[in-house]
Ligand binder design. Structure first.
Ligand SMILES: Nc1ncnc2c1ncn2[C@@H]1O[C@H](COP(=O)(O)OP(=O)(O)OP(=O)(O)O)[C@@H](O)[C@H]1O
Length: 264
């Protein structure tokens, strides 16, 4: 990122999420800046996916405010919400594809909400997104059941990119991929964020992904975003979980495998 003033594109204040008596988030704050790749980490069950779902409007918080691209997600009118949803894309862990549609048709689903879009143009745009996501040229005709897990993820990514979003939400994009596939995916996300100017909100457990793609990291613990900062800054955080995560053997292996980026 450059030194130009940061524009906050996601602003979360005082969010509380609760299921029955189980409080997942309490008074949680977070800012995400335009053009950055933010990695969200935390122990299992700390509410990373719930936070993603809350920001993307798929989960209603018990309290708090969420502004995305200047729109309050909770209080927006139906029209404003639909307009906002066209400005972000979400990729879920397994791609969340419609099994009865081929890949091209899956990618075309969000485009169908855009009135007046010529079917031929829609098809061409879908093929472009399929290629951008690193799938082979004939993948558009395949059904999800004919794809490997890694290809399904790429198809899910192509669908998330369908409407040229400003923000991309990724829930554990490299989970279940072999190390080579995971590292290819990391590079792809980095390239997409740079070439398309995307802001990326990325939930992950994968330390390699943090090193390879993320500008900043947000750690969820104690029902909040405990700390945010660069990879380098994470190394100085005293909190026990954060220390163990960023100094443990896996962290050392990831750090040795990928040269640290300047001031990350
Ligand atoms: N719809 C739901 N109903 C009840 N509890 C839920 C629901 N969704 C999430 N939870 C609970 O909220 C907590 C946080 O879940 P979440 O999936 O966000 O965790 P996570 O940090 O993403 O975990 P992991 O790293 O294991 O994927 C968990 O205890 C989970 O059981």
């Amino acid at each position: 990122m450059t030194d130009t003033p940061k524009e906050t594109v996601i602003r979360v204040r005082g969010v509380r999420n609760q299921f029955g008596s189980h409080v997942v988030h309490d008074d949680l704050d977070l800012d995400v800046y335009r053009g950055e790749v933010l990695g969200v980490v935390g122990g299992s069950g700390t509410g990373k996916s719930v936070l993603l779902r809350t920001i993307a409007g798929l989960q209603i918080p018990k309290a708090g405010e969420i502004d995305v691209l200047g729109t309050n997600v909770r209080t927006a009118s139906e029209d404003d919400r639909q307009a906002l949803e066209r400005r972000w894309g979400v990729m879920f862990q397994d791609g969340a594809l419609f099994s009865s549609l081929n890949v091209r048709e899956n990618v075309e689903v969000p485009m169908r909400a855009v009135k007046g879009l010529d079917p031929d143009l829609r098809r061409q745009m879908a093929d472009l997104k399929i290629a951008l996501s690193g799938l082979p040229f004939n993948a558009g005709d395949k059904f999800p059941s004919e794809l490997s897990g890694g290809m399904r993820k790429r198809a899910g990514l192509a669908r998330a990119l369908a409407l040229d979003p400003e923000i991309l939400f990724l829930d554990e994009p490299t989970a279940g991929l072999d190390p080579i596939g995971a590292s290819e995916f990391d590079i792809l996300i980095r390239q997409l964020s740079q070439t398309m100017g995307l802001t990326v909100f990325l939930v992950t457990h994968d330390l390699d992904t943090l090193h390879a793609t993320c500008d900043r990291i947000a750690v969820l613990a104690e029902k909040k975003v405990l700390v945010t900062g660069t990879m380098r800054e994470m190394l100085d955080v005293e909190h026990p979980w954060v220390h163990e995560y960023f100094h443990g053997p896996r962290a050392r292996a990831a750090s040795d495998a990928i040269p640290a980026k300047k001031d990350r």
